[in-house]
Design a binder for this molecule. Structure first.
Ligand code: UDP
Ligand code: MG
Length: 328
């Protein structure tokens, strides 16, 4: 088998409308480089024809490989599986919907050859996305930056090239709530950005509904910062201070000016609601962290594979069993 210079990792979830075009453009770009390559499609438990289409491509071309998940494990896990199985000296992570232009890959490889270990795509602009998404994304990356000590670059997604050694370093991080772009900054190495225009989705619609986006955003913050926990103690301290002062004021009023003190049901209810709200919010934050600790403690594998195409099974804690290799 040829030596593989570059593995392209493409997560796919219900992407039947784009696969053929994605495959065409990726193959065009990769074969123009003139070195060994592989394109790993991860079928993340799609409910449409995604699996059959990728299977077909695998039959025709051995550069195309498939990791077929047993169910939908999520985008970040799919990328992780791709990195676990990639054989290249470097690998490119790219969205399957052609929002990240494959034509940027040769430039990334050029930078990599100049000695950079991580070459990430920085979005100069985003097309075809709602003002709401643009605004929340922009705000989020800035909040994340201010909350963490890790240098997570703003306005970057998962579109990037990484060197094999970065991948090996990432494999040593066992955590379950994976925020891959954060983990990559955490491991360090020599990084550089390339700017690009983020295109519109080629076809289909986003596979990141608000719920998944919120989960990703929370994973990003919670895996890299415990400042939200500190917030609980800060707010707690400030509010107890204020309450204490108020208590003294009320006592003084009661003792020395009994005629002006009122029975005040409204103010009581307001104070009680306010404090209960704050307490529940803080409990929620603590709960988020405990939930994550629980997930880690269970120690389940990150993903379960149903089938691999055009590649070998691997052994190790993160690689799981597949039973059938027969193409259908
Ligand atoms: N994706 C996935 N599993 C999921 C959700 C998304 O593998 O549970 C893939 C999806 O197929 C696409 C990439 O992740 O290749 C990015 O998703 P999408 O384009 O829907 O996100 P957006 O660009 O709208 O943020
Ligand atoms: Mg997209």
């Amino acid at each position: 088998m040829d030596k593989i210079l570059c593995s392209v990792i493409v997560p796919m979830y219900n992407e039947e409308a784009v696969i053929i075009e994605t495959h065409r453009r990726l193959t065009q770009v990769m074969s123009s480089i003139g070195e060994g390559y592989e394109i790993i499609f991860i079928n993340d438990g799609s409910r449409d024809n995604t699996r059959a289409i990728i299977n077909d491509l695998c039959n025709k071309d051995t550069n195309i490989k498939m990791i077929d998940f047993a169910r939908n494990f999520g985008h970040q896990i799919a990328i992780t599986a791709g990195m676990d199985y990639a054989a290249g000296e470097c690998m490119v992570i790219i969205d399957g919907d052609l929002q990240d232009p494959p034509e940027l890959i040769p430039d990334m490889i050029k930078k990599w050859r100049e000695g950079y270990d991580v070459v990430y795509g920085k979005r100069k602009s985003r097309q075809g996305e709602t003002a709401f998404k643009k605004f929340t994304a922009k705000a989020y990356y800035r909040i994340l930056r201010s909350l963490t000590n890790v240098e997570i670059p703003v306005d970057t997604g998962d579109f990037r090239l990484i060197d094999r050694k970065v991948c090996e370093a990432l494999k040593q991080l066992p955590e379950r709530s994976r925020y891959v772009r954060g983990l990559m900054s955490w491991v360090g190495f020599k990084q550089i950005a390339i700017e690009f225009e983020r295109n519109e989705r080629f076809a289909g619609e986003t596979k990141y509904p608000l719920k998944k986006m919120i989960k990703l955003a929370m994973d990003g913050i919670m895996s890299f910062s415990y400042k939200p926990l500190k917030l609980a103690s800060y707010i707690g301290a400030i509010l107890s201070g204020i309450s204490f002062i108020y208590l003294i004021a009320v006592l003084i009023q009661k003792l020395f000016f009994p005629e002006t003190s009122q029975s005040g049901w409204t103010s009581l209810i307001a104070v009680s609601l306010f404090f209960n709200g704050i307490i529940l919010l803080m409990l929620g934050i603590i709960g988020e962290y405990i939930g994550r600790i629980y997930d880690e403690a269970k120690g389940r594998p990150l993903y379960i594979i149903n089938e691999l195409r055009n590649m070998e099974e691997r052994q190790g804690p993160r690689y799981s069993i597949k039973q059938n290799t027969n193409p259908d």
